[in-house]
Design a protein around this ligand. Structure first.
Ligand code: HEC
Ligand code: HEC
Length: 302
């Protein structure tokens, strides 16, 4: 009995320590200023909508004021993304230096030292990160001040424990370049636009450094939450003819991605509409997906 109490006491002490010691990391002190140009603004706008929009853009207000992230189990708490507009009172991005935004995307370390995994993009080219920063600093209406906060993140006991267990920043990768080859560009987009986050086995088990080594890579099956919390299963987007998208023509693939129209149905959220992408980019993704080994994995009607 005594031994039991002792073990129970010790376990409680460990759990309490894990929760109370909020893991903090060093942020960067680098002196970096994004290079501005019209081309950087255009590219940055496209990327900010395509990469950050799913979690930060509000479709009613038409601004990056942030929103609730639906896919966090209620038991872990409530998570809201940040307001990325230039609001002096509510915007988070204006408090960040250019170097700190770049550091957050490459390592997951926020300016206050917290680890935030949501927007880790270790393989994003330095030029693309530059352009996203240029866009966030621009006078475009979607990033002009939106003085509201949708909600503040609150983790429960269980959520905090989980977050502390998974605080694993990545090493800063220097000089990441944009690929030039079409298939490599397709892989780059599947990685950075987060296609593989949703279309693999589990959103919580991603290999961010080597996306194609993620479990169940692109074979679908993850149960996600769409509009009004409705469950939607992500499709198998490998080129298997029966359970994947092996029968898609390049035209049909463009319609699915850019207009949300699959050959057999209207696609539901959270599948984003990538209407901001260029046709060449969608075609590069199509070319790349054809090189991924097809997997037999039925996801429809699940
Ligand atoms: C998968 C969803 C998701 C995506 C995609 C995403 N974010 Fe976030 N972001 C979040 C969440 C959630 C938070 C709030 C985290 C918190 O405070 O707990 C956040 C917070 C932030 C913050 C504030 C961090 C702080 O110090 O509080 C910045 C800056 C940011 N995101 C930038 C970006 C940029 C730039 C992109 C696109 C390149 C992006 N995010 C893409 C979910 C996302
Ligand atoms: C936030 C999660 C999410 C992201 C990011 C995402 N998808 Fe999807 N996607 C889904 C879901 C969920 C469905 C199923 C929708 C339905 O059945 O109505 C889907 C369906 C599809 C389909 C239709 C396949 C079929 O069943 O016929 C294609 C093609 C597709 N996605 C490709 C992509 C590509 C390529 C990317 C990246 C550029 C991407 N998706 C990014 C969640 C996502």
């Amino acid at each position: 009995m005594k031994k039991f109490l002792w073990i129970a006491g010790l376990s409680l002490a460990i759990v309490a320590t894990v929760i109370s010691c909020k893991t903090r990391f060093e942020t960067t002190k680098a002196q970096y200023k994004a290079t501005h140009s019209d081309a950087a603004f255009e590219r940055g706008k496209e990327l900010t909508f395509a990469v950050c929009g799913g979690c930060h853009y509000d479709n009613h207000v038409h601004k990056f004021i942030g929103k609730q992230i639906q896919d966090v189990p209620g038991i872990a708490g409530k998570v809201y993304s940040a307001n990325l507009t230039q609001s002096k009172s509510h915007g988070i991005a204006p408090q960040y230096s250019d170097a700190e935004i770049r550091y957050l995307l490459k390592t997951g370390i926020a300016r206050d030292g917290r680890f935030l995994a949501y927007m880790l993009r270790p393989n994003m080219a330095d030029n693309d990160i530059n352009d996203i920063i240029v866009y966030l600093r621009s006078s475009d209406s979607a990033v002009s001040p939106g003085d509201t906060t949708v909600g503040l993140t609150h983790f429960t006991f269980i959520g905090k424990m989980y977050m502390n267990m998974h605080a694993d920043p990545l090493a800063y990768k220097q000089d990441v370049k944009l690929p030039t080859d079409k298939v490599a560009m397709g892989y780059y987009l599947v990685d950075n636009l987060g296609c593989f986050h949703c279309h693999s086995k589990k959103v919580t088990k991603l290999n961010l450094l080597n996306p194609d080594q993620t479990k169940g890579y692109l074979a679908g099956g993850a149960e996600l939450k769409g509009a009004m919390g409705k469950k939607v299963t992500a499709s198998n987007i490998t080129f298997d003819k029966n359970t994947g998208i092996g029968n898609y023509t390049a035209e049909q693939f463009r319609a699915a991605l850019m207009e949300g129209k699959a050959p057999d149905r209207e696609l539901q959220p959270p599948m984003p509409k990538f209407s901001m992408l260029k046709t060449e980019e969608v075609d590069a993704i199509y070319a790349y997906l054809q090189t991924v080994p097809p997997k037999v994995h039925a996801t429809k009607g699940m």
